[in-house]
Ligand binder design. Structure first.
Ligand SMILES: C[S@@+](CC[C@H](N)C(=O)[O-])C[C@H]1O[C@@H](n2cnc3c(N)ncnc32)[C@H](O)[C@@H]1O
Length: 323
């Protein structure tokens, strides 16, 4: 379904949730979300690259249009650049780092269960495609960024990706190429909030949160939701570079990264561990145990002559099997 309205059948509720460009928006405060996302929701994908370039020059650097294109450029390069037939073999930065991170995470899982999977903060969806290839049950990629999900959903429908790849300044080259992912009726992309997931408890046999913890408004609420939606005994992959920014997360909600006078000395990994099973935090999520920890490189490209290299901490966690 490309467009429609989901209506809650509960007579007490009767809430409406739109499906736009094939993407259901299942968000608590839909009015606020839509009014803050006018550009991505109404943005068009039918303009030629010449017209897009002229408009980009008019909107200028730092505009909402510019930052939207920069995001697409950066994440599409890492998500799909390794599958681009025109990609040079030894670029200054290797694309595909998120796919390699996921691969290592999946190899480290203590067990593999059959059932629905959720990829939280999937952005342009590469990891959701990989998960759907390995799983014949439902795989759901969720994110708050409608613009990125639009590209993910269109890639799912058409089998090819189109994205603006930044060369320099506000000059972008439009890239289009086929992807090897075919016929994935088990995969879908939804707008959902990682801190208030619209699912019943204990639904998913695997959850991933890859480089999302330091991007959400409340990392603690995200962890709580992550634990809540997992079935007892099932596993999750949490990866984060702890790249805290007050634009995404109020400082008081960061896990570490401040208050270095405290017993944790501001170490983010120590604070995260204290919030999981065996940790001494008063609000620790005792149902989520750490199985293993890994340090993994993650690369993001800004333009032809600039890129960022992160060292991400990846935790393999398992939810308590219950009694
Ligand atoms: C750093 S990106 C990582 C994307 C992808 N997982 C990867 O590693 O390439 C963080 C993603 O989290 C998404 N995000 C931020 N806050 C969110 C929230 N509250 N709910 C769902 N997604 C969120 C952003 O839109 C973005 O796509």
């Amino acid at each position: 379904m490309i467009e429609g309205i989901l209506l809650c059948s509960n007579p007490q509720c009767q809430s409406e949730y739109p499906i736009i460009d094939g993407i259901p928006l299942i968000i608590i405060d839909l009015r606020a979300y839509v009014s803050q996302n006018i550009l991505p929701v109404l943005g068009r994908q039918d303009l030629t690259d010449t017209m897009e370039s002229l408009l980009g020059d008019c909107f200028g650097p730092g505009s909402a249009f510019d930052s939207q294109r920069q995001h697409l450029s950066t994440y599409a390069f890492d998500h799909y650049g390794d599958l681009d037939p025109e990609q040079t073999i030894h670029p200054p930065i290797e694309p595909g780092s998120i796919a390699r991170l996921l691969e290592q995470g999946l190899r480290s899982l203590p067990r593999k269960d059959h059932g629905p999977v959720i990829d939280i903060g999937c952005a342009l969806g590469r990891t959701s495609f990989e998960l759907a290839q390995q799983n014949d049950d439902i795989v759901l990629g969720v994110d708050l960024n409608f613009n990125m999900l639009k590209v993910a959903a269109s890639t799912l429908r058409t089998g090819h990706i189109t994205y603006p790849k930044r060369r320099v300044g506000i000059s972008f080259d439009r890239k289009t190429f086929q992807l090897p992912f075919r016929n994935m009726p088990n995969l879908d992309f939804w707008v959902c909030d990682a801190t208030a997931l619209p699912f019943t408890d204990e639904l998913f046999v695997l959850a991933t949160s890859l480089n999302v913890l330091d991007c959400v408004n409340s990392p603690y609420d995200h962890l709580k939701e992550f634990a809540r939606v997992l079935t007892p005994g099932s596993s999750g992959i949490i990866a984060t570079p702890y790249d805290w920014s007050a634009n995404a997360t109020p400082v008081g909600s960061w896990l570490g990264g401040h208050s270095q006078r405290s017993p944790h000395k501001g170490d983010s990994d120590a604070v995260l561990r204290s919030l999981l099973a065996g940790g001494n935090h008063p609000k620790a999520l005792s149902e989520l145990a750490v199985i293993s920890e890994h340090e993994i490189p993650w690369n993001l490209r800004l333009h032809d002559r600039s890129h960022m290299k992160y060292l991400v901490q990846m935790l393999i966690v398992q939810k308590h099997a219950g009694i």
